[in-house]
Structure formats: C-alpha cells, structure tokens
Design a protein around this ligand. Structure first.
Ligand code: PLP
Length: 392
C-alpha cells in the first residue's frame, strides 16, 4: 500500500506563522516591584526579604526576584537550596537564605555560592560545620527557634544548647550566626492569641542568644500577614511571600491599615471551540452538570494539569467578552467547558481565568474560594506547561 499521507521533507516546511498564545500567564514585573516598594515602606526601616520559593509563587524565579530587588527587597528567601543556587547562577548577588534542608542536602555548594543556611538542631549545625570545612569558608547561619508552630525549628528546651554550640562554632571559625528567626502559625487571623504568645517566646529566645554572645545581623519572624498586621513582629527584617505577588492573606474585614497590593499574574487562554447545546445536555466527565436551558458552550484549553483546581468544577468562573461565565461540569486534565449563554463568543476569543480583577475578571482568591483552598495554592500550581510572559 502506498503512503496515504504526504510527508514534508526537512527544510520544505512553511515558515511558522506567529502563533496565538493558547494559554499564558502574564507576569507584570512593574507590579512586583511596586508591591516590594509598598511592603518596604510599610515595614518602616526593617529590611525586606522577599520570599521567592516555589518559582516565586509561580511567577518565574529569576525575573520575579530581579523585580522584587529592584523594588526594594534587600534579601531573598527560598525554601530549598536548589532555588537559591539558581538565583546565584543568574548573577543575583543580594543575601539569599535557604531554610529547608534534610541530611545530605547540597550544603557545600550553597556555602561556596554564599547562600545563608538555617540550623534548627545541633545535628544540622554539625553538618553545616563539616560542609564549611570542606568548602574552606565560614557558613552564614540563621538559627531557628520554634516559637509555637510545631513545624521546623529548635524546641524551646533545646534552644540554649543550640545557641551555645553555635557560639562555640563561631569562636572556632566555621560559622557566622547572622540570623535568629522563627515563623508564625496564625498571623492571618489578627487577634489570635498565639500571635502574642509566639512573639513573647521569640523575644525571650533572642534575649538568650544575645546574652550567650551572639550578635546576629537580623532577627526575623514576620511573614506577609504579620508584616501587614503586626508591626511589633517586624524586628530587623520582614519576610513576606504572598504579599509580594499582590495577595493580602488577611480576610478583608480584618485589614485595617493595610496598604493596597496588586496581583501580578494574569492567567488566560484562547477558546478552542464553541457549540450550541440543547436543554438536558450532560457536560464533561460524569455528566455532573446537565443544562437546564439551551445555551452555548465554549471549550477552554486549561485543565488541572495546568493548575486549574479540579475542586472548582462547576464552581469557578472566567471572564470572556467582558462577562463572567461559569465553569460547567468537571475540570478535565487539559480543558474545561464554560457556559457562554448568548454572548457572541468565538474560537480564539481570550478567556481571562484570573488576574488583578480590574476588568471584572476573577482573582486567584476567587478561584481559591471556589475550590476550597488558598490563593497560594492556586498561584504555585500554575504548571510549567503554561508559558510565563514577563512584561513591565
Ligand atoms: C513561605 C514562607 C514565608 C512567606 O510566607 P507568606 O505567608 O507567603 O508571606 C516566610 N517564611 C517562611 C519560613 C516560609 O516558609
């Protein structure tokens, strides 16, 4: 049988025509810089460490970090060492702290790249000293006290030993304790009794460290919510993440005195197909939605593999042609269906999934509310398959 299809020979293909973005996340770097400036002003003299873990909350690690530094962040924070090393490879020179390392993490590479590291325990301090010896230079360490979140950090009981061992290591020349720090559990609920309790434990831990002879550059405990709501938590440096990206984690009714922040990411896609569906049509997997009137459906090429929460099935909505229209039925891996009613929607029309909200589009917060999660998860889940386009 002869080949039914004509195969193109290499080099004979038509030049590619400029393609329409099927899906994209536009990240406004000017907005990130403005948010950093706003937070630096709000912190009134405390340093700003912009947290850029998780690919800068989905915004693109290196461009976002550069914009935040341009806006006023004097330091950057990451969770894992690989993220910090990527910042260094991009030539970013401000102090960077990476705070999460299990045994066997690439500590020596981090020390050679002048990345600050955290110690929660004596064992970690020993591992840091060994890595510093191998690297042939001192390691800059932030000692972490667990002030009541019961996640990472030294227990209050073991803190005096950790402090004493760190002081000894400083004298022996392998360690510089540059930070004393902690993390807050309930700062997004201003007035929660744990806030004052954690700050009290932190004050005492700092006092103990200083009376043992430690002289850290920075004492820090404030995440976004504490930066915005709790001036007594600022100490020498604040450490916001989500606020840099324009999301206030405190519920609107509790935001007294908060500055305005602006979401920096806009997620959109182009409509693939539209079709009329009569009353009684079962939509998407499982037919969990059945139309109760004749309507027009549009297929949007984004799914849970792109970061659209499946829990927002039949709950989220999007903006198309200036109107909010609802998701119908289940969000699939790569696509979902919206009900465009009698709007004149056509294939190729832009669908705004979320953005700053200025033109009536939903925000990441709206999607989080629809899916029963938090905007942090909505932003950080936007998948690598969705191209980021940096503007501003
Ligand atoms: C993620 C994180 C932050 C930033 O938290 P936000 O709530 O996004 O401001 C600060 N510090 C540590 C240790 C973190 O893990």
């Amino acid at each position: 049988m002869t080949d039914q299809f004509v195969h193109e020979q290499p080099g004979t293909a038509e030049p590619a025509s400029p393609s329409v973005p099927q899906r994209e996340a536009i990240v406004d770097l000017a907005t990130l810089a403005e948010n950093a400036a706003t937070l630096a002003r709000h912190a009134r003299g405390a340093e700003l460490m912009a947290v850029v873990k998780a690919d800068a909350y989905g915004h693109g690690l290196v461009p976002a970090a550069r914009a935040l530094v341009a806006g006023g962040a004097s330091r950057l924070g990451t969770a894992v060492i690989e993220e910090a090393l990527e910042l260094r490879r991009a030539g970013i020179g401000v102090p960077v702290l990476a705070w999460l390392a299990a045994p066997g993490a690439p500590l020596e590479a981090a020390i050679r790249a002048d990345v600050d590291l955290a110690a929660y325990t004596l064992e970690q301090l020993v591992e840091l000293r060994r890595a510093a010896d191998r690297a042939g230079r001192r390691v800059r360490v932030h000692l972490k006290i667990d002030t009541g979140m019961w996640r990472g950090g030294s227990t209050v009981t073991l803190w005096p030993q950790l402090v004493a061992a760190a002081r000894d290591a400083e004298r022996e020349g392998s360690v510089d304790v540059v930070g004393i720090w902690s993390h807050m559990a309930c700062a997004d609920d201003p007035g929660h009794p744990s806030i004052g309790e954690q700050l009290g434990v932190f004050r005492e831990a700092v006092r103990l460290a200083e009376s043992a002879g430690l002289r850290p550059e920075v004492r820090h405990i404030a995440n976004s919510a504490a930066t915005l709501s709790s001036p007594e938590s600022h100490w020498d440096m604040v450490r916001p993440g989500i606020a840099c990206y324009g999301v206030d984690p405190v519920p609107p009714q509790q935001r007294s005195g908060h500055p305005l922040l602006r979401p920096a990411m806009t997620l959109s896609a182009a409509v693939v197909q539209t079709k009329r569906a009569p009353v009684g049509s079962g939509i998407s997997y499982g037919h969990t939605h059945v139309t109760d009137h004749d309507t027009t459906l549009a297929v949007v090429p984004l799914g849970y593999a792109d970061g659209i929460p499946r829990h927002a099935s039949s709950r989220g909505d999007v903006l198309v042609r200036g109107h909010r229209v609802p998701v119908l039925g289940r969000v699939c891996m790569d696509q979902f269906v919206v009900d465009t009613g009698d709007l004149p929607v056509a294939p190729g029309d832009r669908v705004l999934v979320f953005g700053p909200g200025d033109t009536g589009e939903p925000t990441a917060q709206d999607w989080a509310d629809a899916a029963g999660t938090i905007p942090y998860e909505v932003l950080t889940r936007v998948a690598p398959r969705v191209p980021r386009r940096h503007i501003g």
